[in-house]
Design a protein around this ligand. Structure first.
Ligand SMILES: *Cc1c(COP(=O)(O)O)cnc(C)c1O
Length: 354
């Protein structure tokens, strides 16, 4: 018996997207870190990223990276390590992104204990105001990193379009290039990785405007959804529908569209507003706010209207559809990054990989 609700993933579409985008990046001498974080540590996805040609696997959580242990590519932790997880980071991660010298010092100490060399990418703050050291502090950081015997500076990186919505440009990524030049000259070393951001950097790349020294991108959303994220444009040559949600109808009845009685607060303490459209055919689906924020869902049958949701119920108006829905039928939804992230995190939602 098939169980619902479930997220259905077409792995071959994701594999094609990965092949296509890694090839595009390769044409500009750029290696891809495949970011699997939106799938909560799924090895199925991690495998497909590797098969598709990514050079590294990246994830924000060490728990997820541990799942990828048997896959034969370097693992990158793309969220700054917590001091409380240093042991696991050294054990399961080859390269971590860093911006705090006291954390790097702990990594150095633990790497020594585990007889390892831990590689780091120093993150730079270039305008988006999430993680990264300020450019004027680079030399101070470098002097200290250079004194640590079990840390190797693998490269520098930047993250944009995450908090501040700053779009990657020839100027801000040019700054990354300049800082990497400065480090290489002043400290007489070679940086292997100049990591120029996430899926929001693809537009710049495809317009051939990427500073030439950038040789690495960390891609997640674009590989799954075939979309760059600076302007939200679909990427030509990619699949946009590799994932969908299926949920089951548990009630279907004609009811009034305006609730009956005095309107107070709904399940989430808000006062709802209703339009009276007379009697309508309504479906209740067995999925709710505990699984996904309904405002992030799009129904594939465009004639269906999402009315709202409570913790465990999603309400649809099915009156205008050509299809005669009945109890037990399955309704399909398109997903975006936010809804997929929530759904893969819910233990109540099954994940099916085809
Ligand atoms: C999530 C994340 C990425 C991947 O971003 P996408 O928009 O999914 O490509 C890359 N780098 C860091 C540091 C991230 O947190």
């Amino acid at each position: 018996m098939t169980e619902y609700p479930r997220v259905v993933v077409d792995l071959s579409k994701i594999r094609e997207n990965v092949k296509f985008l890694t090839k595009k990046c390769e044409e500009s001498q750029i290696d891809v870190v495949g970011i699997a974080k939106v799938f909560s540590g799924s090895t199925e996805i991690a495998k497909v990223l590797v098969e598709g040609g990514v050079k590294y696997l990246g994830d924000s959580r060490v728990e997820n990276l541990k799942q990828y242990e048997s896959l034969d590519v370097p693992k990158i932790m793309i969220r700054l390590p917590m001091k409380s997880q240093i042991k696991e980071v050294i054990k399961y991660v080859d390269i971590s992104l860093n911006s705090e010298i006291s954390t790097i010092a702990l990594l150095n100490e633990e790497a020594g204990k585990q007889y390892r060399i831990h590689r780091i990418i120093l993150m730079l703050e270039l305008g988006d105001l999430r993680e990264g050291i300020l450019p004027q502090d680079v030399e101070e950081y470098m002097d200290q990193i250079n004194s640590m015997g079990n840390i190797k500076l693998e490269g520098v990186g930047v993250n944009l379009t995450c908090y501040g919505g700053i779009i990657p440009s020839f100027e801000n990524l040019g700054q990354l290039e300049k800082i990497s030049d400065l480090i290489e000259k002043k400290y007489n070393l070679k940086l292997n990785i100049i990591s120029g951001g996430n899926s929001s950097s693809l537009d710049l790349l495809l317009k051939n405007n990427m500073p030439s020294k950038v040789n690495n991108l960390r891609l997640g959303e674009s590989l799954i959804f075939g979309r760059e994220t600076a302007y939200g444009k679909d990427l030509e040559g990619c699949f946009y529908d590799s994932v969908k949600l299926e949920a089951e109808i548990i009630e279907l009845k004609e009811k009034q569209s305006h609730p009956v009685g005095e309107v107070g607060f709904n399940a989430f303490g808000k006062k709802p507003i209703f339009i009276d459209r007379g009697m309508r055919k309504r479906a209740i689906l067995a999925i709710g706010e505990q699984d996904v924020d309904q405002s992030n869902l799009k129904v594939m049958d465009e004639k269906l209207i999402i009315l709202g949701a409570s913790s465990d119920h999603l309400l649809l108006d099915v009156t205008d559809s050509k299809k005669e829905y009945k109890v037990g039928d399955i309704v399909e939804f398109k997903l975006d990054y936010g809804s997929l992230l929530q759904l893969t995190t819910s233990p109540y939602v099954k994940k099916v990989f085809n």
